[in-house]
Design a protein around this ligand. Structure first.
Ligand code: NAD
Ligand code: MG
Length: 399
C-alpha cells in the first residue's frame, strides 16, 4: 500500500500535535509532506526535525525566513514557504492525499477550501470554516468530489452513528434528531453573578479536554456549542430545530443520533481527540490511536441536563445567526474571535463577549453569500465593529 501523503495545517496546535502523535504510531501508513503554523518558528522547527516533511509553511513571512535559516544550518532538505499563498499551495499539492485542517478561526477557511477544491480527503477540525462559509464549502465539496470527514469529536461521533454509506452534506434517512453533547465547560456550575470577574486562566482550565486557548474560551461561554450546532446543520443537512444540545458533564458520550423508530445510537470514549483523528485518518478502517480503553467502572455514571440559557447567552446568539442566514454566521464568528482575543488580552470582561457579538448581529445586516470575497468582506466588517464596541466599553469603564 502506498503511504497516504499528509498535509497538516496548524501543525503546532493542539489538534496538529495530536494528529502527528497518531501518525507517528503508523509510519508505513502515512508520509508527512507538509506542516504549517502561524509564526511559531521553534515549534515548527522541532516538528520538521522529527517528521521530515518536504514543505514547511509559516503564515508570517519574517518567521518563515528565520525557519529557513535554521533548517538550512541543519542541512535539512525542506522547502520553506510563507504567507497565505504558501498555505494554499501545500493544501492543494498533487502528492498530498489528505489534509488535516486544524488552523484556528477564520484564517483556516481559505486553505481548507483550497484542499476541498483540489478534491482531497479533508479532515476538518477548523469548525469556523463551516460556520462562516457552510453553503459555499459544502457546494465545493460536492463539485470537486472531496471526501469530508469531521474531526470535531461530536460531529465525528455522529458520523460514526450514521449508516456506513452516509456522506456529509446529505440528509441521513430516518433521523429524528441529533443530540449534541456539551461538557458545559469550566463555568457549568459557577453562579452567574461571579462570571463577570472570571480570568482567562480560569476560562482556559477545561475540566475534560486539553485544547487551544480560543476554543477553550468558546467552551467556557458555550459559543463552542453554538458554532457546533451550525457545523452540524451543514454536515448533516438538518434544520437547527433537529439539533438538540445536551449538557453531559463527563464528556464520555461524544454525541448521539436519535432515529424515528426510537433507537438512539451513541459513540463513547475517553475525551481524547486522538480518537476522532485516528478514525478520520484511517476511515473506513480502524487503527490504534494511543487512547486508553474506556473504563466504565471508573466513570461510574453518566449525567445529562439542559443548558442554562441565562448563564450561556452565546448559544442563543448562534441559533439566531443560523436563522438569519446569509453572512450572519460569518458576522457571529468574526465578532466572537475578536471578543475572545480581547478577553484573553485582558481588554474585555468575560460576560461582555456575548454583548459584543450581539451588538455586531444587531448592527450589521446579513447579506446573501455569493463567494469567498463576500464572506471575507463580512468578516472584516464585523471585526471592525467588534473592535469599536470593545473600545467604547473600555472608554465607558474608565470614565
Ligand atoms: P491551537 O490554538 O492549539 O492551534 C492553532 C494552530 O493554527 C497553530 O498551529 C497556529 O500556528 C495556527 N494558526 C493560528 N492562526 C493562524 C493564521 N492566521 N494563519 C495560519 N495558521 C494559524 O488550536 P486547536 O485547539 O488545535 O484548534 C484548532 C481548530 O480545531 C480550531 O478550529 C478548533 O475549534 C478545532 N477543534 C479543536 C479541538 C481541540 O481539542 N483542540 C477540538 C475540536 C475542534
Ligand atoms: Mg467539539
Amino acid at each position: 500500500m502506498r503511504p497516504c501523503g499528509l498535509c497538516v495545517l496548524g501543525a503546532t496546535g493542539s489538534i496538529g500535535r495530536s494528529t502527528l502523535d497518531v501518525v507517528a504510531r503508523h509510519p508505513r501508513r502515512h508520509r508527512v509532506l507538509a506542516l504549517t503554523a502561524n509564526r511559531d518558528v521553534d515549534g515548527l522547527y522541532e516538528l520538521c526535525r522529527r517528521h521530515r516533511p518536504r514543505y514547511a509553511v509559516l503564515a508570517d513571512p519574517a518567521s518563515a525566513r528565520r525557519l529557513e535559516e535554521r533548517l538550512g544550518q541543519e542541512g535539512l532538505p525542506i522547502e520553506v514557504l510563507a504567507g497565505v499563498e504558501g498555505l494554499l499551495r501545500v493544501a492543494a499539492l498533487p502528492e498530498v492525499d489528505a489534509v488535516m485542517a486544524a488552523i484556528v478561526g477564520a484564517a483556516g477557511l481559505p486553505p481548507a477550501l483550497a484542499a476541498v477544491r483540489a478534491g482531497k480527503r479533508v479532515l476538518l477540525a477548523n469548525k469556523e470554516a463551516l460556520v462562516m462559509a457552510g453553503a459555499l464549502f459544502m457546494r465545493e465539496v460536492r463539485a470537486h468530489g472531496a471526501l469530508l470527514l469531521p474531526i470535531d469529536s461530536e460531529h465525528n461521533a455522529i458520523f460514526q452513528c450514521l449508516p456506513a454509506d452516509f456522506s456529509p452534506g446529505r440528509r441521513p434517512a430516518g433521523v429524528r434528531r441529533i443530540l449534541l453533547t456539551a461538557s458545559g465547560g469550566p463555568f457549568r456550575d459557577t453562579p452567574p453573578e461571579q462570571l463577570e470577574r472570571v480570568t482567562p486562566e480560569q476560562a482556559c482550565a477545561h475540566p475534560n479536554w486539553d485544547m487551544g486557548r480560543k476554543i477553550s474560551v468558546d467552551s467556557a461561554t458555550m459559543m463552542n456549542k453554538g458554532l457546533e450546532v451550525i457545523e452540524a446543520c451543514w454536515l448533516f443537512d438538518l434544520p437547527a430545530e433537529q439539533v438538540q444540545v445536551v449538557v453531559h458533564p463527563q464528556s464520555v458520550i461524544h454525541s448521539m443520533v436519535d432515529y424515528v423508530d426510537g433507537s438512539v445510537l451513541a459513540q463513547l470514549g475517553n475525551p481524547d481527540m486522538r480518537t476522532p483523528i485516528a478514525h478520520a485518518l484511517a476511515w473506513p478502517e480502524r487503527i490504534d490511536s494511543g487512547v486508553e480503553p474506556l473504563d466504565l467502572f471508573a466513570v461510574g455514571r453518566l449525567d445529562f441536563r439542559a443548558p442554562d440559557p441565562d448563564r450561556f447567552p452565546c448559544l442563543a446568539l448562534a441559533y439566531r445567526a443560523w436563522r438569519e442566514g446569509g453572512t450572519a454566521p460569518a458576522i457571529l464568528n468574526a465578532a466572537n474571535e475578536v471578543a475572545v482575543q480581547a478577553f484573553l488580552d485582558g481588554r474585555l470582561g468575560f460576560t461582555a463577549i456575548a454583548a459584543v457579538i450581539e451588538a455586531c448581529l444587531d448592527g450589521l445586516d446579513p447579506r446573501p453569500v455569493e463567494d469567498l470575497d463576500g464572506l471575507l468582506e463580512a468578516d472584516a466588517e464585523a471585526r471592525r465593529l467588534a473592535e469599536a464596541r470593545i473600545a467604547e466599553m473600555a472608554q465607558r469603564s474608565v470614565s
